[in-house]
Design a binder for this molecule. Structure first.
Ligand code: HEM
Length: 413
C-alpha cells in the first residue's frame, strides 16, 4: 500500500485536534496531486482563484441514475422523487448555475433585514435561557448545554417549525450529521438509520409545506412556499424539501462547531477572554478571527470541468479538487503570524464561509448566534478551565469540531 498522503493524514482521526502543521506542509505546493488523482489546493491564492472559477463544478455527487448507496449524503435525492429521479432535486450547494443561482435567489429573498434582526434578538434571549439552566453547576459541557441547542432552535423558528417539533429536528440533525462521517458508508446500521431519518424529515417537510400553503405565517418556509422571488420565481416542492434539509444540516453542525471552537480558543487565551468580558462590542472581531483561525468547515470538494492551470499546476478535466479552506486561512503570504489567535487583525479575508457564488447564505445567522454565545459565556462564566485539553473531537475532518467541551467553573455571574 502507498504511504498515506498528507490529505490522508488530514483525514486521520489521530490528527483531528491539530491538523494545522499538516496544512503548513501542504502549502509548500499550492496545488498538489495526491496518489489517488485528487488535487489539493492549500494556499489562499489558489483556493480563492478556484472558488471563483466557472470551470470548477459543485456537482460532485454521483449521477442520479447510479444505484443508491443508502447514504443520503451521497445519494441526496429526496425520497418522494425516487421513482422519477432527476438531477433537478439536489440541494443547491451541490448545483452549478443557472439552477444554483435561481434556488439561492429564492432563499436570499427570504433573508429580510427585519427577519434577521428578530432572530438576532431571539438568539440573545435563547442564550441567556440556556445559561440560566447551568446555574448551580460546577461543570458544564459547552456542546450539549449551549452550542447544540441554540442553532437548532434558531433555524426551526426561522423556518416556522412548531416549537413542539423541535426535539425531532434536533434528533434528525444529529443523525444526519453522522452521514457525513467517512465510516458511515460502510456501516449498514448507520446507513439504514440515516435513510429512515431522511425519509422522516422529507415527509415531515412535505406536510409542513402543505400547512404553510393553507396557513401562511411570517416565516421563511411560508415565504418560500407562497411568494415569488424577483428574477428567481418559486421553487417546486422537491427543491423546497431539499433546500429545507440543506439549511437544517448546513446551519446546525457548523454553528455548533464555531461556538465550541470559539469557546476553546478563548479559554486557551485568557487575555482575549478577559477583554471580551470587559468589552462585549469586541465580539464581532473575535468571531471573524475564529472563522479564520479554526473554521468549522475545513475543506470542500469540487470537480474540474476543464483543464485548469493554477499556481503552476494543471488540474486535469474530471479531477476531484479539495479546497483546503482552513489551510488558506493560515497562509503566511496573506496573514502575518498566521498561527496566532489575534482578533485585532483588521480586514481579514478569511475563507471560513467559502467564497464567490457558494458563499454561505447563513453567514449573518452564524455570526450573531456565535457573538451572542461567546459574549454571554465570557461575561457570566466564573473562572472557566478546560477539563481536558485537547478535548475529544468528532470523527469528521471536513466538518470538524469537539464532540464535548467540558469546562470547570466556579459558578455563574
Ligand atoms: C455554504 C460555512 C452556517 C447555510 C457554506 C459554505 C461554507 C459554509 C464554507 C461554502 C460551501 C461551498 O463553497 O461549497 C458555514 C459556517 C457556518 C455556517 C462555518 C457556521 C459557523 C450556516 C447557517 C446556514 C447555512 C446558519 C443556514 C441557515 C448554508 C447554505 C450554503 C452554505 C445553504 C450553500 C450556499 C450555496 O451553495 O450557494 N457555508 N456555514 N450555513 N451555508 Fe453555511
Amino acid at each position: 500500500m502507498a504511504d498515506p498522503t498528507l490529505l490522508d493524514q488530514v483525514k486521520d482521526k489521530a490528527n483531528r485536534a491539530d491538523p494545522y502543521p499538516l496544512f503548513a506542509r501542504l502549502r509548500r505546493t499550492p496545488v498538489s496531486r495526491q496518489h489517488d488523482g485528487t488535487y489539493v489546493a492549500a494556499t489562499h491564492g489558489a483556493i480563492a482563484s478556484l472558488l471563483g472559477d466557472p470551470r470548477i463544478s459543485s456537482e460532485t455527487l454521483p449521477p442520479a441514475d447510479r444505484p443508491l448507496t443508502g447514504n443520503p449524503f451521497t445519494d441526496w435525492i429526496v425520497k418522494p422523487v425516487r421513482d422519477r429521479i432527476t438531477d433537478a432535486h439536489r440541494p443547491f450547494i451541490f448545483r452549478d448555475p443557472p439552477d444554483h443561482d435561481r434556488l439561492r435567489g429564492c432563499v436570499m429573498n427570504q433573508f429580510s433585514t427585519g427577519r434577521v434582526q428578530r432572530m438576532r434578538a431571539r438568539s440573545d434571549r435563547l442564550v441567556s435561557d440556556l445559561l440560566e439552566k447551568m446555574c448551580g453547576t460546577r461543570e458544564i459541557d459547552i456542546v450539549d448545554d449551549l452550542a447544540y441547542p441554540l442553532p437548532v432552535t434558531v433555524i426551526c423558528e426561522l423556518f416556522g417549525v412548531p416549537s413542539e417539533d423541535e426535539p425531532k429536528f434536533h434528533g434528525w440533525a444529529t443523525q444526519l450529521a453522522t452521514a457525513l462521517e467517512p465510516d458511515s458508508l460502510e456501516d449498514d446500521e448507520i446507513r439504514a438509520k440515516n435513510s429512515r431519518c431522511f425519509d422522516e424529515i422529507s415527509a415531515y417537510m412535505a406536510d409542513l409545506i402543505r400547512d404553510k400553503r393553507r396557513h401562511p405565517r411570517d416565516d421563511m418556509l411560508s415565504g418560500l412556499a407562497n411568494e415569488d422571488a424577483p428574477g428567481a420565481g418559486r421553487m417546486n416542492d422537491y427543491d423546497l424539501i431539499a433546500t429545507s434539509i440543506l439549511m437544517l444540516v448546513a446551519g446546525h453542525e457548523t454553528t455548533v462547531n464555531l461556538i465550541t471552537n470559539g469557546t476553546l480558543a478563548l479559554v486557551r487565551h485568557p487575555e482575549a477572554l478577559a477583554r471580551l468580558r470587559a468589552e462585549p462590542s469586541w465580539a464581532p472581531r473575535v468571531v471573524e478571527e475564529m472563522l479564520r483561525y479554526d473554521p468549522p468547515v475545513q475543506f470542500r470538494t469540487r470537480r474540474a470541468l476543464a483543464d485548469i492551470e493554477v499556481a503552476g499546476t494543471t488540474i486535469p478535466e474530471g479531477a476531484d479538487v479539495v479546497l483546503l479552506l482552513a489551510s488558506g486561512n493560515r497562509d503566511e503570504a496573506v496573514f502575518a503570524d498566521p498561527d496566532r489567535f489575534d482578533p485585532e487583525r483588521g480586514g481579514i479575508r478569511h475563507l471560513g464561509f467559502g467564497g464567490s457564488l457558494h458563499y454561505c447564505v447563513g453567514a449573518p445567522l452564524a455570526r450573531f448566534e456565535t457573538e451572542a454565545a461567546l459574549t454571554a459565556l465570557s461575561r457570566r462564566l466564573r473562572n472557566p478551565r478546560l477539563c481536558e485539553d485537547p478535548p475529544p473531537y468528532r470523527t469528521g475532518a471536513a466538518l470538524r469540531g469537539p464532540e464535548h467541551l467540558r469546562l470547570a467553573i466556579d459558578g455563574l455571574d
